[in-house]
Design a protein around this ligand. Structure first.
Ligand code: SAH
Length: 365
């Protein structure tokens, strides 16, 4: 049969680039212009099956469904926080689990996406680390996390303040996993989101957050991936950073700053340094002064995040006074620092809280 190479439904069709899809169409004797139509239905329409693609001839729809999956995720659980945050637990086609979070703020609908199942970075304060690393997500799976939020917004009749139907407006690559360890797929996702005829999201609306995978920061610049960059600095000296983030033993703070400086120089964009405030570790007067030393000569912003309960009893959140004191010192030095408002803590949807505990046979939602 002409589908011989594709009997196994190996791939999610949403993973394919326009060019790959055109090549496949040629291979199966179809016209390459169908690629645009198919991608339009996948990303702009609300189609949930190949059969629902009315603009595509039935014979081609059959070939498509014999070769690709159109959806890869199944909703296993949905939790609604008292602050409006929504968290989904999805089951992947091969039986693993990931989480996605929708964070609505006025007219903004931000989605925090997972890029890997589990994570290999093993940061002490993060729950995802406890899962270990299982596998990378495909671009199609990551895009589906976003598409499904658009389905939800439509189902619930959510509107923007101008009365139009709400759509996802911002993407943060801050869910499970280290996005830069899955850069090929994350790059594909950003390009599809940025594509004018598809999601049409501007570069500034997508933020990749990394624990500090230095060579991949350079690759991000080389690829010109449409996104902003946030770096989880979290600590200002190597000893303390290595103690909570093993990645620092491979690329220390000096190497990390060299990479972010190059990023700023070559892209013209500033970097956001994320800084998790941990009692006695990163939330001290000394750390604030070190942070000033790092940030004062650079074009950057700091996003402080108060430690969320991450299951490690040795790590604690600082008191409100300690936090205020820290912010005050940094602000006085005219460093741009904002504090991230924790969202969805009651459903374990906040930073560092996404995980699926398979060993206990239940999720930790
Ligand atoms: N692997 C990427 C993206 C996922 S983490 C990275 O490390 O950046 C997203 C953000 O949540 C990071 O800034 C991380 O430092 C922060 N974070 C992780 N665990 C946290 C916790 N328990 N409390 C508050 N922030 C946390």
């Amino acid at each position: 049969s002409i589908f011989a190479s594709a009997v196994e439904k190996i791939s999610d069709i949403k993973t394919l680039t326009e060019e790959e899809l055109k090549n496949w169409l040629k291979e199966v004797g179809e016209k390459p212009f169908r690629a645009d139509q198919i991608r339009n239905r996948l990303f702009c329409g609300q189609v949930k099956s190949f059969d629902a693609m009315e603009t595509i001839p039935a014979a081609l729809r059959e070939k498509l469904s014999a070769s690709f999956r159109i959806t890869s995720l199944e909703e296993a659980k949905r939790l609604l926080s008292e602050d409006g945050t929504v968290k989904w637990l999805y089951r992947t086609h091969d039986g693993h689990h990931i989480e996605t979070v929708l964070i609505p703020t006025n007219d903004r609908f931000s989605v925090c996406v997972s890029t890997q199942i589990g994570c290999a970075q093993n940061c002490a304060f993060c729950r995802t680390a406890k899962m270990g690393f299982i596998r990378n997500l495909e671009a199609g799976e990551i895009l589906e996390e976003i598409i499904r939020v658009n389905w939800y917004l439509e189902e619930t009749g959510t509107k923007h303040s101008d009365g139009s139907l709400a759509k996802v407006t911002n993407i943060i690559f801050m869910g499970m996993g280290e996005p830069l360890n899955n850069l090929e797929q994350v790059h594909r996702v950003c390009c599809t989101l940025h594509h004018q005829k598809l999601f049409n999201l501007g570069r500034k609306r997508m933020t990749i957050s990394t624990s500090g995978v230095v060579p991949k920061i350079k690759e991000l610049v080389d690829r010109n991936t449409p996104c902003c960059l946030a770096v989880s600095l979290n600590s200002t000296n190597d000893e303390r950073r290595s103690a909570v983030m093993p990645v620092n033993k491979v690329w220390n703070i000096a190497k990390l700053l060299e990479a972010t400086d190059e990023y700023t120089r070559r892209t013209g964009n500033y970097v956001t340094f994320e800084f998790v405030l941990m009692k006695g570790i990163t939330c001290s007067e000394e750390a604030a002064k070190e942070l000033i030393r790092i940030c004062a000569p650079r074009r950057c912003k700091v996003n402080a995040i108060v430690l969320n309960d991450g299951d490690d009893p040795t790590l604690e959140a600082p008191s409100p006074e300690e936090i205020e004191n820290f912010l005050e010192i940094v602000r006085k030095a005219e460093i741009q620092i904002t504090i991230r408002n924790p969202r969805g803590r009651d459903i374990l949807a906040a930073c560092g809280q996404l995980a699926y505990n398979t060993t206990e046979g239940k999720n930790k939602c």
